[in-house]
Design a protein around this ligand. Sequence first.
Ligand code: FMN
Ligand code: COI
Length: 378
Amino acid sequence: MKHITCIDDLRALHKRRVPKAFFDYCDRGSYAEETLRANREDLQAIKFRQRILVDVSRRDTSTTILGEPSTMPLILAPVGLLGMQHGDGEIHACRAAQAAGIPFTQSTMSICSIEDIAANVEKPFWFQLYVMKDRGFIKDLIQRAIAAKCSALVLTVDLQVIGQRHADIKNGMTVPPEWSLSKLLDFASKPAWVSGVLRGKRRTFGNIAGHVKNTEDLNRLAEWTASQFDTSLNWKDVEWVRSIWPGKLIIKGILDVEDAEEAAKTGAQALVVSNHGGRQLDGAPSSIEVLPEIVDAVGSKMEIMFDGGIRSGQDVMRALALGAKSCMIGRAYAYGLGAGGQAGVAKAIDIIQKELLTTMGLCGVNKVDEIDDHIIAV
Ligand SMILES: Cc1cc2nc3c(=O)[nH]c(=O)nc-3n(C[C@H](O)[C@H](O)[C@H](O)COP(=O)(O)O)c2cc1C
Ligand SMILES: CC(C)CC(=O)C(=O)O
């Protein structure tokens, strides 16, 4: 890993090491990918004010996230199918996050189950919930997260209707992979990936396989989500989740001030300003474009987390300057996982932390809570 100096290097390695269908599933966005691109472009358009001759010898990225100490304002976002990027991917990513001292969020759509992760890591992790039609099953899932001592529930509210990802259709992306000649040739050129996934605990969705009806459709991901996810989901269901889950609640997938105001009434401690990494509503604004108005509206009532397009410590600095308390990363660490398992995720986190520390120094800032819009050039 010594020649890896940035997240783009991890992406290039991920692309080389993981079959095309799974790399594209991770990398690409929905429809024309306008929102995917806007996430990156709008972050890059924010320029810093360089400040000189400030004593920055005491720089420190540590902070708190929902009252808990964290070594930096960074969270590993829920990412589905990590176990298809690398065998036991969820366990490796969680271990890397815990070793670095930051939270890991397990997706409902994980390959390893909640129990697989809990048995293989040392500290509590966060659990992300998708609400499906079978509410008995969802209640059971929440109870499994409670039994596993998950320390926060991230309720994702922006994927009841799934945005089409052209690449997944073109690639015939299925879980577990279905065989075809082109896939066999692709897999044959990625032997380390194949043996890693074969050695992994599972090759299908650990949390949901066996519980839901229509499992014959489980392999065709988009059709399956369309048949299982509950499109009637509304604010009353958030109250229902709140009544079952006693711990910290985070609502993920807010882009609109009115929705943020509604979220602030639910008793949730935090929300994530997110467009699902440009994988859902194509044509939606970038996350960074709407962040300031959401912070203005509800930032005094809830903790505001941010995601969408973060590929560097500079990007974390930008989101914090515009009012986020912490940032989630999705692709940045998934690239690391595909590139090098736990060590690759650790590398992604380390790269971002070092970039953040350097950027803080060059902007004349010592502490995370000193980062605000005074560091932005107008
Ligand atoms: C491959 C992939 C799978 C994802 N799966 C989930 C998921 O299961 N649940 C969820 O809430 N968000 C999911 N997301 C969205 C991420 O949690 C996050 O919002 C997004 O990745 C942030 O954008 P970034 O990738 O540019 O950092 C997924 C994102 C990616 C890239
Ligand atoms: C299986 C998917 C529904 C997971 C997801 O949230 C995504 O791919 O963006």
